[in-house]
Design a protein around this ligand. Structure first.
Ligand code: UD1
Ligand code: CA
Length: 461
């Protein structure tokens, strides 16, 4: 049996009060529509159509490799939205799964069970429903005395008796494709919102004597729709808990799941320990036996095995095996650290490559630099990489020793095994093995304190 899926994602999401289309809001680091895409694909949908509208170009760019996109130029309701897929699916012979783009927790398994229930019931339409303690805001599923689904009424159109119903429409359905689009064209917009409601197709089929079925979802949390930012936060915290639980089951120690925030696509190796107050984002990959946190943020980082990061921020960078970062380091985008590198407290790195075993232990800024292996960079070293107009590179050869409080005025190169005397401002290249020093000679004036206090003339003033 062939399965197609349509994801309704054209709505503005008025209740989000946002300039971003609702389905592009992120849940654990991914736009919510991507979860829905994965779920329908996992349920076996070969052909996937996304109905985009408000912010449609952004939605289309996000899904373009995984789905076909049709546009609903005016958001006239969910039935009208589904109708926009007609040019692509009108002659499709199989089953069409329809999912709203704002239900990111729905699982592929649940969707597959819905498709199976639809097929075995031989229904024209099957709706996925859920029982909620507080059904406010959702469409209610109205059944007859024998428990057969009669219709769905929206909250705003429901009578008091209907409002008391706790079985809700999840906004997820299966339809037999033949005849679907004709039936959709017959739907009217005579309701409180003046919209074409997809939910009306259920009553329409029932009135025509067509078979309609329903499946109750096992876990109602899966079908929570996101309409405002309170629901966004609720879904986010539920999914975040799932993410950390999966990681714990795969062998990662997470000391305090409640204060650990890890995006969906993050990968972490076994026996790594994540300390509290840590945020790991994007497509970060962390190896085995690492210790990350407390109080750290990693965004799109590749970290090897045995890496230690404490109270630090790392963005878009690669960290080799057994590197030690922090406390209080800031590694900005474009850094590549070879194994065994130490980046210590109050060190900022930007677009810098550091070779194996090198150390930048304290209080330094190193930007646009290439640092060789076994280099020691003393406290307070600054690469002066910006002249007000351009950024310039600094190159430091293997085994070089940069004394504390050095300014390296780029572009500049320090050769292999060269030394820089502490406190120097280096403006010219230092050849391999040489000492570069730039410092006023120290003078000693004896008895300075006594002479000063007696206002005697002092030598040198
Ligand atoms: C909808 C259902 C409601 C169900 C709830 C489940 C209708 C009329 N109501 O209500 O019964 O309980 O979902 O979460 O269907 N959309 C479009 N074009 C439009 C309007 C909406 O593409 O013109 C898309 C939205 O982007 C969204 C989805 O359809 O992804 C649902 O729209 P929304 O406005 O959130 O419907 P609800 O009021 O939640
Ligand atoms: Ca909704």
């Amino acid at each position: 049996m062939s399965l197609a899926a349509v994801i309704l994602a054209a709505g503005k999401g008025t209740r989000m009060k946002s300039d971003l289309p609702k389905v592009m809001h992120k849940v654990c680091g991914r736009p919510m529509i991507e979860y829905v895409l994965d779920a329908v694909r996992g349920a076996g949908a070969k052909e996937i159509v996304v109905v985009a509208g408000f912010g449609g170009d952004l939605v289309a760019r996000t899904v373009q490799d995984r789905a076909k996109v049709v546009f609903q130029h005016q958001q006239l309701g969910t039935a009208h939205a589904l109708l926009q897929a007609a040019p692509l699916l009108a002659s499709f012979p199989g089953t069409i799964l329809v999912v709203c783009g704002d239900t990111p927790l729905v699982s592929a398994g649940t969707l597959a069970r819905l498709v199976a229930a639809h097929t075995s019931a031989g229904a024209r339409a099957t709706v996925l429903t859920a029982y909620l303690e507080n059904p406010t805001g959702y469409g209610r599923v109205i059944r007859d005395g024998e428990g057969r689904v009669r219709k769905i009424v929206e909250q705003r159109d429901a009578e008091p008796g209907e409002l008391a119903v706790k079985e809700i429409n999840t906004g997820i359905y299966c339809f037999s494709a033949p005849g679907l689009f004709e039936a959709l064209s017959a739907i009217k917009r005579e309701n409180a919102q003046g919209e074409y409601y997809l939910t009306d197709i259920i009553g329409h089929y029932v009135d025509q004597g067509q078979p309609v079925a329903a499946l109750v979802v096992e876990d109602a949390r899966e079908v929570e729709g996101i309409n405002d930012r309170r629901q966004l936060a609720r879904v986010e915290s539920y999914l975040r808990r799932q993410v950390v639980e999966e990681l714990m089951l795969s062998g990662v120690t997470i000391m305090d799941p409640a204060s650990t925030f890890i995006d969906r696509d993050v990968k972490i190796g076994r026996d790594t320990v994540i300390y509290p107050f840590t945020i790991i984002e994007g497509d970060t990959m962390i190896g085995e036996r690492c210790a990350i946190g407390p109080g750290s943020r990693l965004v799109n980082v590749r970290a090897g095995n045995g890496v230690v990061v404490e109270h630090s921020v790392i963005q878009e960078s690669k960290i080799g095996d057994n590197c030690i970062i922090g406390p209080f380091a800031y590694i900005r985008p474009g850094c590549v650290l070879a194994p065994d590198v130490k980046i210590g407290d109050f060190v900022e790195l930007k677009k810098t490559v550091v070779g194996r075993g090198s150390k930048i232990p304290h209080l330094s800024y190193v930007g646009d630099a290439t640092v060789g292996s076994r280099v020691n960079i003393g406290a307070g070293t600054i690469t002066c990489n910006y002249d007000g107009e351009n950024k310039w590179p600094t190159i430091i050869g293997d085994g070089a020793f940069i004394g504390s409080n050095t300014n390296l005025v780029a572009p500049v190169e320090v050769g292999e095994r060269a030394f820089i005397g502490a406190g120097s401002t280096i403006t010219r290249n230092v050849p391999p093995g040489a000492l570069g020093i730039e410092r006023g000679r120290q003078r000693i004036i004896e008895d300075w304190h006594r002479k000063k206090s007696k206002k005697e003339p002092c030598e040198g003033t």
